[in-house]
Design a protein around this ligand. Structure first.
Ligand code: SF4
Ligand code: SF4
Length: 86
């Protein structure tokens, strides 16, 4: 069975050219969890200066894949932590 690694890579988004974590993301030890997991879908996790909103969605609706994620299909990989380190 596929299991989330709780790496948080899919819980980051681009904001003014930088990668930042969702405001609902919490780090517990070396893993991450969502503060609102049961009610997360459709919640606004970022409001951008131009008024657009980023909302949480099902992982399979994400336009990207992430390094090492077991739910990857054939979408473009978004290398979140390399983006942060830039
Ligand atoms: S990128 Fe994949 S493994 Fe990591 S938190 Fe998201 S769904 Fe889980
Ligand atoms: S609301 Fe969505 S994007 Fe934000 S931490 Fe929870 S699962 Fe991740």
């Amino acid at each position: 069975m596929i299991k989330c690694l709780r790496c948080s890579k899919c819980c980051h988004y681009l904001y003014e050219g930088k990668v930042v974590p969702c405001k609902f993301l919490v780090k517990i030890g070396k893993k991450y969890m969502c503060r609102i997991y049961n009610n997360r879908l459709g919640q606004v996790n970022a409001v951008h200066k131009n008024g657009t909103k980023t909302v949480c969605m099902m992982r399979d609706q994400d336009v990207n894949d992430y390094v090492g994620c077991p739910y990857n299909t054939d979408k473009p990989i978004f290398d979140v932590f390399n983006e942060i380190e830039k």
